[in-house]
Write a protein that binds this ligand. Structure first.
Ligand code: TIU
Length: 224
């Protein structure tokens, strides 16, 4: 079996060809654009902007290499039955989950703000997982989807690094998946948190997984 070898930290990441997938976490208008959930929490959404082009480049490389692509969206049902009251209360911002904002109801399925931004939108046939939590394995079919696709190794992209991306990487790690975070294809409202999250992932011999620059990942995917 051939392998895809990526120059990464803390050491080289090797994935059997055919078992590597890409998961893109929550690249939604609600996090990336003014007037959404991220802004309602008091964040400067412009901090996330550079991750869009990098994720688009990564997506193009992954699709060309034939990797399965999975997208996630943090969303709740319109009746908010799947939103814990504690989650809705948290933060005390002016606009909460389910409230009507400039892009429709915040983090509610079917509303404009919940859609993935067009630059990195799913293509027909790509799996989209709607998730009520920060981690994409919690209360979703993600684990079965990955097993059914035969995926054992994952490239991670998306927002925000230390919230939904890191939570999902940790969930994946505990389920036995090997994960690598693509550095430019993720972002945080707090650049220092992004940096720290990457260091936490690769420390202790890769206690959570690997991290690599986008160029190292696209170079490896070119060899497929
Ligand atoms: N607030 C924040 O940084 N992130 C989230 O609430 N969700 C995700 O990270 N997707």
């Amino acid at each position: 079996m051939t392998t895809i070898a990526i120059k990464a930290r803390p050491y080289g990441f090797e994935a059997p060809t055919g078992k590597l997938g890409l998961i893109v976490i929550d690249m939604q208008r609600d996090f990336l654009e003014p007037g959404g959930f991220g802004a309602a929490l008091g964040n400067d959404v412009s901090q996330l902007a550079p991750s869009i082009a990098a994720t688009a480049t990564l997506l193009a490389a992954a699709r060309k290499a034939g990797l399965p692509v999975i997208h996630t969206r943090e969303l709740h049902s319109p009746d908010l039955a799947d939103c814990p009251p504690a989650k809705r209360r948290r933060g005390g911002g002016s606009l909460r989950i389910g409230d009507e904002g400039p892009m429709g109801r915040i983090l509610v399925a079917g509303e404009p703000g919940g859609e993935i931004v067009p630059e990195v939108a799913p293509l027909p046939g790509e799996v989209v997982i709607d998730k009520p939590g920060k981690g994409a394995f919690h209360a979703t079919g993600l684990d079965s989807v990955l097993r059914n696709l035969g995926i054992t190794h994952l490239l991670f992209a998306g927002v925000t690094t230390e919230v939904c991306v890191q939570t999902t990487m940790r969930e994946a790690n505990d389920r036995g998946y090997e994960g690598l975070l693509v550095e430019e294809a993720t972002a945080s409202y707090f650049p220092e948190f992004k940096k720290a999250a990457i260091e936490m992932i690769v420390a202790q011999g890769g206690i959570v997984g690997w991290a690599a620059p986008l160029a190292a990942v696209t170079a490896a995917l070119e060899t497929v």
